[in-house]
Design a protein around this ligand. Structure first.
Ligand SMILES: [Zn+2]
Length: 102
């Protein structure tokens, strides 16, 4: 998870304020107004397929059917992965679980 900052219009403040942009990988997960604290989340339902499409582009060797299965049943998919795949970088799993566990 990485955080960047940008000036965005806040509906609660009614003006442009500094916002924290929380990213899972390269995808925006949520925004938070640094003035009033209003947090806007991108829903998991919208995020998981988008994240998996992004991941598919990053890991081009991964078969498409695995990605589709993961989108349908992320938890069952993760449990069924062979040990070798589970040795993927910790960063990947942090990103993945931060999306699934909501
Ligand atoms: Zn605000």
């Amino acid at each position: 998870m990485s955080v960047e900052h940008a000036d965005l219009a806040c509906e609660t403040c009614g003006r442009v304020t500094e916002h924290e942009l929380h990213y899972a990988g390269r995808l925006l997960e949520s925004t938070r107004c640094t003035v009033c604290g209003t947090r806007v989340e991108v829903t998991a339902r919208a995020m998981v397929p988008a994240y998996l499409r992004d991941l598919e582009q990053r890991v081009v060797s991964k078969p498409r059917r695995m990605i589709r299965r993961a989108a349908r049943d992320p938890v069952g998919y993760a449990r069924s992965l062979p040990r070798a795949v589970l040795r993927q970088p910790v960063k990947f799993w942090r990103e993945f679980w931060s999306l699934v566990r909501r």
